[in-house]
Design a protein around this ligand. Structure first.
Ligand code: ADP
Length: 393
């Protein structure tokens, strides 16, 4: 008490002009604060230490359906807090007042609120202390019904997509796996039939059997392609450090016969170490290199270059050839299953190679795409995450 007297005594005598100016400034400041609260895009609610509502802006009126006049002085727990959370709210308030601890103070939280008409809806809010000497709390509250509905719809869609992907994956595996056996039987019995018909004079019959045999072989190739596609997910190995220089050199030596036969030259940049499934990355490079040689131009000898560029957190690999090229309009669909731009007589194949490549790259979290022009060669690009721990960045 004494100290207070001393303090008061040491204050300079009050100048009535200064004091009036201070009051005006305080009023103007309060007026501005009110304007901000009243025009806020969010609802604003203030409560005192007893939990009674002391502030309620016009957005709160439209969001919760009570007018300011109706709620001022009413306990917050009797208005927008759903029945099941009222007790927890009162307990939380008491706990804060006695200990000063409040897990929700100054934190963005998502809770359920209730409208005057009883409809519950999700809101996002942050509670803050307006005045700690005379405990008053405020919260800006945002209706997040639309965002929540969109999030739920997205989640549902992604669950459905995952389920249908799994179904498709299962179907592809079963179809491919179960079709293999009867196909093998058809193939071997048609071969047998061909041998037995060797002495048969009718060339039509011989040709028909040859057709059956060819079709069975083709179907076997397609089924094998389908099986290889489904195995990218089911038989994938754990990721390990893969030195892409060694990997590319291994693929080149495996394809040596077709490279030499085509008179092709294959060059590469100094490539990084990446983290991935070594066998799948080898299959990816082999498919792309095989295509670069298979779809060569008749004008010049094939030249293929495997390059790499770092783009932020990604390696962008590119496999550039000087072959027949591809029309831009087909740049997307050639990555789909069984999509080919040529007949079997022009170029052999199943149309599964690039679909498998895309699946492998998808499993590695990257993307694959094509840049090409007819007669000007093709460049296939794919990305893989840079792994800083490899030390080769
Ligand atoms: P496949 O090689 O068995 O036909 P892919 O899925 O590997 O199947 O390729 C799909 C199609 O894309 C090929 O049939 C071909 O028309 C085209 N293609 C792929 N790579 C190249 C390339 N390097 N140059 C030109 N066309 C290509």
């Amino acid at each position: 008490m004494k100290r207070i007297c001393v303090l008061i005594a040491s204050q300079p005598p009050e100048d009535p002009l200064i004091s009036a100016a201070a009051t005006d400034a305080a009023k103007a400041s309060e007026h501005r604060a009110r304007a901000v609260i009243e025009n806020a895009y969010d609802a604003f609610i203030g409560i005192d230490a007893s939990g009674a509502i002391v502030d309620w802006n016009s957005r709160a009126e439209s969001m919760f359906g009570w007018s300011r006049a109706e709620v001022l002085g009413v306990q917050l727990s009797q208005t927008i807090i759903p029945l099941q959370y009222r007790e927890a709210h009162e307990r939380g308030l008491k706990h804060f007042l006695s200990t000063g601890e409040g897990p929700i103070i100054n934190r963005r939280i998502e809770v359920t609120a209730v409208h005057h008409n009883g409809r519950e809806f999700p809101v996002e809010l942050a509670v803050f202390i307006v005045d700690s000497a005379n405990p008053t709390f405020g919260a800006f509250i945002r209706d997040i019904s639309e965002r929540k509905a969109a999030e739920e719809a997205l989640l549902k869609l992604s669950e459905e997509l995952q389920r249908s992907n799994a179904d498709l994956q299962h179907f592809a595996f079963i179809a491919a796996h179960d079709l293999r056996e009867p196909l093998r039987t058809i193939s071997s019995f048609t071969e047998l039939l061909r041998d037995q018909l060797g002495r048969y004079p009718d060339p039509d019959v011989q040709e028909n059997v040859r057709f059956i045999s060819g079709a069975a072989k083709r179907m076997q190739q397609l089924v094998d392609g389908l099986l290889a596609y489904s195995r990218v997910e089911t038989r994938g190995q754990e990721f390990e450090f893969v030195d892409c220089n060694e990997l590319v050199d291994r693929v080149i030596s495996l394809l040596k016969v077709s490279i030499d036969e085509a008179g092709a030259t294959v060059t590469r940049d100094d490539l990084p170490v990446v983290k991935g499934d070594a066998a799948q990355l080898e299959q990816l490079i082999a498919n792309l290199l095989n295509n670069a040689i298979k779809f060569r131009s008749i004008i010049h000898a094939p030249f293929v270059h495997i390059g790499v560029k770092r783009e932020d957190s990604l390696w962008r690999f590119s496999i550039r050839d000087n072959g027949i090229g591809i029309e831009t309009e087909h740049a997307e669909r050639i990555f789909d299953m069984f999509q080919r731009l040529h007949t079997q007589d022009e170029y052999s194949g199943t149309g599964m190679g690039l679909a498998i490549c895309r699946r492998i790259i998808g499993r590695h979290g990257g993307q694959i795409w094509l840049e090409a022009q007819p007669d000007e060669g093709s460049t296939f690009h794919f990305t893989i995450l840079v792994d800083e721990t490899t030390g080769r960045t």
